[in-house]
Design a protein around this ligand. Structure first.
Ligand code: 5GP
Length: 195
C-alpha cells in the first residue's frame, strides 16, 4: 500500500497528542519526531516526543534544508519536521503522522497536496481553557498565551483550506474512534482501483 502522510493539528490542550498516539498505535503508523527549541518539560521524552535543540542547531538544520516545514509556534520558540524520516517512511509505504500547527500544515499541503490533514476542535472555548489549566504544565500567563493562540489557530484552520476533516473532541474515546475511522477510510479510498 502507498504511504500516507497524516497531519493532525489542533489547539494546545484539545487532546490531539492522545489522539495522535492512538492512531499511531491502532494503525501501525510512525510518529514524526519534531525538532524544537522549547525547553524539555518533565513529561517530555527527548528523542521520542521531540528532538530538543538550541536555536543555533535549529537554524543550521533549517538553512541546510533538513526541515520539511517549520514555524515559530510561540514567540521565540521554533518547531520543525525533519525531512528525511518522513520521506523514508513514505517511500517504505508507511503511515507517517505529523502533529504540527496550522502554519506547518499549510506548508506541507503546498509541497505535498496528497497529505491528509485533520484538525481537532474543542467542544467550546471554556472547555479548552479548563483543560489547559488542568494539565498544570504552564503558569497562568503561558496558559493565557496558549489560549489566545488556540482561538486564532481555530479561525485560521477553518479559513486556510488546508484541512480535509475536522473532528470535535467532546469525548476522547469517541474522538479517537472517529480519527482512526477517517484515516482508515482515506487509506481504503486511495487503495481502491480508480475507475
Ligand atoms: P507543545 O509545546 O505543546 O508540545 O507544542 C506546541 C505546538 O507546536 C502544538 O500545536 C504542536 O502541534 C506544534 N508543533 C509540534 N511540532 C511541530 C512541528 O514540527 N512543526 C510545526 N509547525 N508545529 C509543531
Amino acid at each position: 500500500m502507498a504511504g500516507l502522510l497524516l497531519i493532525i493539528s489542533g489547539p494546545s490542550g484539545v487532546g490531539k497528542t492522545t489522539i495522535t498516539h492512538e492512531v499511531e498505535r491502532m494503525l501501525g503508523g510512525q510518529f514524526s519526531v519534531s525538532m524544537t527549541t522549547r525547553k524539555q518539560t518533565t513529561g517530555d521524552k527527548a528523542g521520542t516526543d521531540y528532538h530538543f535543540v538550541t536555536m543555533d542547531e535549529f537554524t543550521a538544520a533549517r538553512d541546510g534544508g533538513e526541515l520539511l516545514e517549520w514555524a515559530e509556534v510561540y514567540e521565540g520558540l521554533c518547531y520543525g519536521t525533519p525531512r528525511k524520516p518522513v520521506e523514508d517512511a513514505l517511500a517504505a509505504g508507511k503511515l507517517i503522522i505529523l502533529e504540527i500547527d496550522v502554519d506547518g500544515a499549510i506548508q506541507i499541503k503546498e509541497k505535498m497536496p496528497d497529505a491528509f490533514a485533520v484538525f481537532v476542535l474543542p467542544p467550546n472555548e471554556q472547555t479548552l481553557l479548563e483543560r489547559l489549566r488542568s494539565r498544570k504544565r504552564e503558569d497562568e500567563s503561558a496558559i493565557q498565551k496558549r489560549f489566545a493562540k488556540a482561538k486564532r489557530e481555530i479561525i485560521k484552520a477553518w479559513e486556510c483550506g488546508a484541512y480535509d476533516e475536522f473532528i470535535v473532541n467532546r469525548d476522547l474515546d469517541k474522538a479517537v474512534t472517529e480519527a482512526v475511522g477517517l484515516v482508515r477510510s482515506e487509506q481504503a479510498r486511495r487503495a481502491a482501483p480508480s475507475r
